[in-house]
Design a protein around this ligand. Structure first.
Ligand code: EPZ
Length: 431
């Protein structure tokens, strides 16, 4: 048993330092395979998803050296295996980035079909469409996606859905192709831009990242680089909502406020005060929170990865709120857990939550169903009256570094416990 023990009721107050963006790091790590030269990556979050990807890369011959907790040196000159498999890699979604990277560099890759958080059916047809347009064959055999190409040639690709993963994968497959690739209806997320900036710092020629048309002009080789990953927009947003839900006053540091605009806008709507500086945002929740409506959308819209955190918060506002999920089809599973704390939320067709505000949550035994929902349950427990436990925290550890430690730094009463005895000790300590 590993779980968080939490006693709610304390407003979170203070400053918290945000780490590097997990979803940028995953693409960038895979893309580092595209050069034989050493690459140094800074501001790497120390979370399970990046660590599993690094392990998978080592299995195929990539040399990984940890310079410090947040800096890695990667050398891919001796990649000798083009098959990425094993139960542990299947658990992370981002293993599919090794398809694009290995296809781009070695013209062949076999990667186990990806897993990741169970938040919908999560097809990969757009990745496959992109690889095929570049001249690769793609088949699925024995649970592996196999892609192969004699040569890769630039092409015009229209993405039928806006997909972060497919956009990043096709960029990686196209950087060393002959000629120019144009990706239309591309994802505009900050991590797509970060991947393009990283590859450009290695000598790639990518233009338009951050807009919905990306042009990749193939180059013959990429060289080494030293690169710092952008701050994590979702970790920052999670702590901003931690301030709101606990009626606290939290400054998130080391952020790019522009990436947080949709989150900031919603917090203002529910009556939080926001102060922005160049690299920090302060959220003060001193007034009763108001209800609102929100629909998740691709960037710059409100992120689906913040949907559970805003829902958990709106459940404690005055009036009725509606949260509509437009990206994934199964992302409200945590609502049953919030109901155990007293929330009044009805999910309609799996795509919208109608939330009737209640005055307070009461602590309960909770189970994290996935990464972001797990984080949202922790926030709810920090706002609740009395004790809660949150199980299955391995989901949370996929994407948040030292989550409990950072929350304790803000005055949150939370501890990772491994036994009933630990839990009782926590209760005695807190009183
Ligand atoms: C990325 O997933 C993130 N994961 C997710 O973060 C995030 O929720 C998601 O983007 C949306 O922002 C990583 O970066 C590793 P998509 P990804 O392809 O790339 C459909 C977190 O909590 N689609 O942008 O898998 C898909 O079903 C995680 O950190 C297709 O139809 O998401 C979805 O409805 C969870 N065909 C929509 O597009 C495809 O080929 C967006 O998915 C690909 C996607």
């Amino acid at each position: 048993m590993r779980q968080y023990a939490i006693k709610g009721g304390n407003p979170l107050v203070g400053e918290v330092e945000i780490g590097g963006a997990k979803n940028a790091a995953l693409g960038i790590l895979a893309a580092s395979i595209l050069t034989d030269d050493p690459v140094i990556i800074e501001n790497m979050p120390d979370v399970n998803d990046t660590n599993v990807l690094l392990e998978a890369m080592q299995e195929i011959g990539v040399k990984v050296e940890r310079i410090d907790r947040h800096t890695v040196r990667i050398c891919s000159a001796l990649v000798n295996k083009l098959v990425v498999e094993g139960e542990f890699v299947r658990k992370i979604r981002a293993s599919y980035y090794l398809l694009g990277a290995l296809l781009g560099k070695k013209h062949h890759a076999e990667v186990v079909l990806p897993g990741g958080c169970a938040i919908g059916s999560r097809p990969i047809d757009q990745h496959i469409k992109g690889f095929k347009a570049l001249g690769a064959s793609v088949s699925i055999e024995h649970g592996l996606i196999i892609t192969d190409a004699e040569t890769l040639t630039g092409s015009h690709i229209y993405m039928d859905v806006v997909s972060v993963g497919a956009t990043m994968n096709v960029i990686m497959a196209a950087v060393l192709a002959e000629g120019t690739t144009i990706i239309e209806n591309a994802a505009k997320e900050p991590h797509v831009v970060d991947l393009a900036n990283f590859l450009n710092s290695m000598g790639a020629n990518i233009k338009g990242a951050g807009t919905d048309v990306i042009r990749v002009k193939g180059v013959t080789r990429l060289h080494g680089t030293e690169y710092m990953i952008i701050p994590d927009q979702i970790e920052a947003g999670t702590f901003m909502f931690a301030a709101a839900i606990t009626k606290g006053d939290v400054t998130v540091r080391n952020v790019i406020p522009k990436h947080l605009e949709s989150i900031t806008a919603k917090l203002r709507e529910i009556d939080c005060e926001i102060e922005e500086t160049d690299d920090a945002v302060r959220v003060v929740a001193s007034k009763p929170l108001k209800h609102t409506q929100v629909k998740t959308l691709p960037y710059p819209g409100f992120p689906t990865d913040m949907q559970p955190q805003i829902t958990a918060t709106l459940a404690l506002t005055e009036g009725t709120s509606i949260v509509t999920e437009s990206i994934f089809e199964n992302r409200f599973k945590y609502v049953d857990e919030l109901a155990r704390m007293g929330a009044d939320i009805k999910v309609v067709d799996g795509s919208a939550a109608i939330i009737t505000g209640i005055p307070k949550y009461t602590g309960a035994a909770l189970t994290a169903p996935d990464l972001r929902a797990g984080a949202a349950l922790v926030l709810a427990a920090l706002a609740a009256e009395g004790y809660s436990t949150v199980d299955d925290i391995h989901f949370i550890e996929r994407g948040y570094e030292n989550f409990d430690g950072k929350l304790r730094g803000l005055g949150g009463q939370i501890e990772l416990v491994e036994s009933e005895r630990d839990f009782r000790k926590f209760q005695m300590k807190i009183g």
